[in-house]
Write a protein that binds this ligand. Structure first.
Ligand SMILES: *[C@@H]1O[C@H](CO)[C@@H](O)[C@H](O)[C@H]1NC(C)=O
Ligand SMILES: *[C@@H]1O[C@H](CO)[C@@H](O)[C@H](O)[C@H]1NC(C)=O
Ligand SMILES: *[C@@H]1O[C@H](CO)[C@@H](O)[C@H](O)[C@H]1NC(C)=O
Ligand SMILES: *[C@@H]1O[C@H](CO)[C@@H](O)[C@H](O)[C@H]1NC(C)=O
Ligand SMILES: *[C@@H]1O[C@H](CO)[C@@H](O)[C@H](O)[C@H]1NC(C)=O
Ligand SMILES: *[C@@H]1O[C@H](CO)[C@@H](O)[C@H](O)[C@H]1NC(C)=O
Ligand SMILES: *[C@@H]1O[C@H](CO)[C@@H](O)[C@H](O)[C@H]1NC(C)=O
Ligand SMILES: *[C@@H]1O[C@H](CO)[C@@H](O)[C@H](O)[C@H]1NC(C)=O
Ligand SMILES: *[C@@H]1O[C@H](CO)[C@@H](O)[C@H](O)[C@H]1NC(C)=O
Ligand SMILES: *[C@@H]1O[C@H](CO)[C@@H](O)[C@H](O)[C@H]1NC(C)=O
Ligand SMILES: *[C@@H]1O[C@H](CO)[C@@H](O)[C@H](O)[C@H]1NC(C)=O
Ligand SMILES: *[C@@H]1O[C@H](CO)[C@@H](O)[C@H](O)[C@H]1NC(C)=O
Length: 414
């Protein structure tokens, strides 16, 4: 329900943006193949006749022509021509089940004295930049109301209120959106506590990330069973079962990745004061360091190196955590989905968690110490049970009182 509501709001806000340039490119079959509505501001630095550098700001006008725009099966071009010989074009390509904008080429004619007064040059200059419009699902519109400024040596372009669909199928614009990360309600996370304090933190750190996002929701990660043995013939010294998802925030972008246990290899080391678990999958490497503080253990450090969808490699970690705390000789358990803010860029989500980094005996978990929320739900069950019992008692009592009254009135009527 909520998701539909959000979608409606999103559409509503696109139908009434103040202004913007709206165009529809049609293919050879005369059907819509590319739709775009957007606003662009240009800031251009150019050399004036008096050897000074001038800068001008102007908007992409609403009055444009589409000569040079074209749609093909796997690539298309949106070309907006305006004014006296200026143009702005965007190239799109299909990458599997997503498409992206590969480049923006802005050509401006310095001979146009209405835009570039006293220009020393009369040439047409072209700049090509790379926009951050990637991973747009096929058959969806890319929507980004937030401003994105793309800087180049002498040209800054600011794009906002962008709604674009390339590779439109069947001539009908999609109602589904791929929303840019900047539009998602992600407040900037609070910096993690870097001071090494006594390990008395609550297991559930409130997350600065939003509770819901309209991005495609990943399936719950499968629960992996990871065991570490000091050597091949001995029993496990460390056991960890959990499903893991990491959320990575980089600038305006936020991305979530699940750890796939099927392709994950386990390594690490067991010590008496510190144990390490290293999980390596095709998409990420996660390192957990557990500390034995005499009577209690805790997750002290977590590092993640992950390959992002953009191809970039992300790496971050925190070595002063106090999570998953329990007595040495027992295990820590938290079945409910949990999220932990590891760093300002990294959030970890766990599912069906049970870990024992020290004192594992006979390849099985020792008694579990449950996390707060798990025991809270138990408490809720108890409270509900007690409330029901009280209700039953009240009903019974009411019944007996009622019967007594009836009997009494029965006697009176005689
Ligand atoms: C502009 O600079 C060039 C050399 O950089 C110089 O020869 C010319 O006289 C200058 N013109 C003016 C108007 O200052
Ligand atoms: C775009 O340019 C116009 C005119 O130069 C200016 O009024 C407006 O504030 C600019 N908008 C942004 C978002 O920069
Ligand atoms: C451009 O300027 C050069 C000299 O600066 C001049 O020779 C040429 O005719 C001009 N071209 C146009 C199209 O105005
Ligand atoms: C582009 O933006 C940067 C940073 O805001 C600024 O330093 C630069 O002067 C701008 N360039 C132009 C051509 O406006
Ligand atoms: C939007 O997406 C949903 C689910 O992915 C799909 O059922 C529906 O047909 C899509 N609508 C359009 C207009 O593409
Ligand atoms: C745990 O959190 C609760 C409520 O958020 C707070 O009252 C309590 O002091 C916290 N305990 C510790 C050990 O931080
Ligand atoms: C993190 O957990 C808290 C408490 O369980 C929850 O309110 C919040 O929505 C979660 N945040 C995310 C991003 O899942
Ligand atoms: C492991 O056990 C096998 C047979 O039980 C034995 O042959 C082998 O040497 C042992 N390896 C180690 C490292 O102890
Ligand atoms: C992992 O492997 C199990 C069995 O080997 C299979 O049932 C499951 O679907 C696989 N999960 C994924 C995500 O590939
Ligand atoms: C935990 O540390 C204490 C003191 O450093 C040590 O006595 C104990 O054996 C350790 N526990 C395990 C399971 O290694
Ligand atoms: C573990 O810690 C105890 C006390 O903190 C120290 O005495 C002992 O040497 C440490 N053991 C190892 C293997 O580091
Ligand atoms: C984890 O990351 C921190 C900070 O980025 C670094 O200091 C530490 O050495 C890393 N630890 C491991 C085990 O990679």
């Amino acid at each position: 329900m909520l998701r539909y509501f959000v979608l409606l709001l999103a559409i509503g806000s696109v139908i009434h943006p103040s202004h913007g340039t709206e165009v529809m490119v049609k293919g050879e079959d005369d059907k819509l193949c590319l739709y775009a509505k957007l606003m662009v501001n240009f800031s251009v630095l150019y050399e004036a006749a008096d050897n000074k550098s001038n800068s001008v700001q102007f908007e992409l006008p609403t009055n444009v022509t589409l000569d040079g725009s074209k749609c093909e099966a796997n690539s298309s071009t949106l070309k907006l021509n305006f004014g006296a010989g200026h143009s702005w074009s965007m190239n799109f390509t299909v990458k599997g089940n997503v498409y992206q904008a590969d480049s923006i080429t802005f050509s401006y004619n310095l001979n146009d004295s209405t835009v570039f007064p006293k220009s020393a040059s009369n040439e047409t200059v072209s700049v090509t930049v790379r926009p951050h419009i990637t991973d747009v699902s096929m058959d969806t519109c890319y929507s980004c109301n937030s401003k994105e400024t793309i800087e180049d040596e002498s040209v800054n372009q600011t794009l906002w209120n962008v709604l674009i669909q390339a590779f439109v199928s069947n001539g009908t614009q999609s109602e589904n959106m791929t929303t840019c990360a900047a539009d998602l309600p992600i407040p900037s996370p609070t910096a993690p506590n870097t001071t090494t304090e006594a390990p008395v933190t609550n297991a559930t750190t409130p997350s600065p990330f939003p509770p819901t996002t309209p991005t495609p929701i990943l399936p719950t990660p499968a629960t992996g069973k990871y065991t570490l043995k000091p050597d091949t013939n001995s029993t496990a010294c460390l056991m960890a079962n959990f499903g893991l998802r990491v959320g990575i925030k980089q600038g305006e972008k936020y991305e979530e990745i699940n750890l796939d246990p099927n392709v994950t290899t386990v390594s690490g080391s067991c010590g008496s004061n510190s144990s390490e678990l290293v999980l390596v999958s095709n998409t990420m490497t996660v390192t957990f360091v557990f500390a034995n503080d005499t009577k209690k253990f805790r997750l002290q450090a977590m590092n993640v190196t992950a390959k992002l969808s953009s191809g970039e490699v992300f790496s971050d970690g925190n070595s002063s955590l106090s999570l998953w705390e329990a007595s040495v000789g027992s295990s820590y358990m938290c079945n409910k989905e949990q999220n932990y803010t590891i760093t300002s860029q990294l959030i970890a989500f766990t599912f069906n968690l049970q870990v024992q980094p020290f004192g594992v005996k006979k390849d099985v978990f020792s008694t579990a110490e449950e996390c707060q929320t798990d025991s809270e739900s138990f408490l809720v069950a108890v409270v509900v049970g007690v409330a029901l019992l009280v209700l039953i008692l009240i009903v019974l009592l009411a019944y007996f009182i009622g019967r007594k009254r009836n009997m009494a009135s029965g006697y009176e009527s005689f």
